[in-house]
Write a protein that binds this ligand. Structure first.
Ligand code: NAP
Length: 266
């Protein structure tokens, strides 16, 4: 069977390093190139921490995709760059697996349209941890019975986007089943702006950023005399890699746009 040729964008990042390890240690995958805006023209093995991995490093996705034959692009960068990479990969017939978070609804819509036009697979997963996907699914189940919910997401302090993609996705999944309502007292007033967090369809989302954290989320439901808390913790970035592998394997078989790992878990 031919190997799946993979390009990784953001290889020096915390997620990118794990992805390089996944791709270079998986038998039927081949790392074809990496995208790193600081090391264009080098070999990956020239960069600290990647001894022995001799693949070309490109600064720019256009030249990378012109020079390198690849099947899949794994993007683990920043929202703006990730959007550019994903759009360009699709235009070149390369299937994106995107872990980068912070894409807007308009971004997702645009990418879905390109996938439909090109009839090519693309998977965007704000959270590759299987436990986090179950947390979202269990929260959606609970929201049928508990209409009052607050989402507390906690991440390391280098995270660029807030609220997290997972929190937004959780709120979207809850909104599909939850009876619409504005939570809290109708006359509640913030004496310090932002005290009640972000408001999404009447639910509140709170973002905590602290060094030492990785990725954690607590979905808290309350009703008369009872509370239910559903919590997931990722203690390291290796926790995301089984989801990345599942996404790479799946994206090779589909010709549609998928947003969320829950849509490919059996
Ligand atoms: P990180 O450690 O900051 O890594 C981001 C990497 O992207 C860095 O190496 C950065 O390089 C690089 N980068 C920035 N601009 C670039 C460009 N123009 N071209 C190529 N590379 C570029 O962040 P991380 O924790 O690995 O997270 C990466 C992304 O994945 C974030 O969006 C994060 O929210 C998301 N994430 C997703 C999941 C999931 O399960 N889906 C889990 C964790 C994180 P410099 O540092 O040199 O600027």
């Amino acid at each position: 069977m031919a190997k799946v040729k993979v390009i990784i964008a953001g290889p020096r990042g915390r997620m990118g390093k794990e992805a390089v390890n996944l791709v270079t240690t998986t038998e039927n995958y081949e790392l074809a190139a990496v995208l790193d805006y600081k090391h264009g023209g080098k070999q990956l093995s020239d960069i600290e921490g990647f001894t022995g991995i001799s693949v070309p490093v490109y600064e720019d996705i256009e030249s990378c995709l012109t020079d390198v034959q690849a099947n899949v692009l794994i993007d683990l960068t920043t929202p703006e760059v990730g959007m550019h990479h994903t759009r360009t990969a699709l235009q070149h017939g390369v299937r994106p697996v995107v872990g980068t978070t912070g894409f807007t609804k308009e971004d997702l819509q645009e990418l879905e349209t390109i996938c439909q036009e090109k009839q090519i697979g693309c998977i965007i997963a704000p959270n590759f941890a299987v436990g986090a996907v179950l947390m979202m699914k269990f929260s959606q189940m609970a929201a049928k019975y508990f209409g009052d919910v607050e989402i507390l997401e906690l991440h390391h302090d280098q995270k660029l986007d807030a609220p997290s993609g997972t929190a937004v996705k959780t709120a979207e999944m809850i909104a599909e089943v939850r009876e619409k309502k504005q939570q809290g007292h109708p006359n509640e007033k913030e004496t310090i702006s932002g005290a009640r967090g972000a408001n999404m369809e009447g639910m509140h989302i709170h973002s905590v950023r602290l060094p030492g954290l990785i990725a954690h989320q607590q979905v808290m439901f309350g009703s008369e005399g009872q509370a239910l808390t559903i919590r997931h913790d990722s203690y390291n970035r290796a926790s995301f890699m089984s989801g990345v592998k599942l996404s790479v394997d799946t994206v090779m078989k589909i010709d549609t746009f998928v947003y969320g790992l829950e849509n490919i878990l059996e």
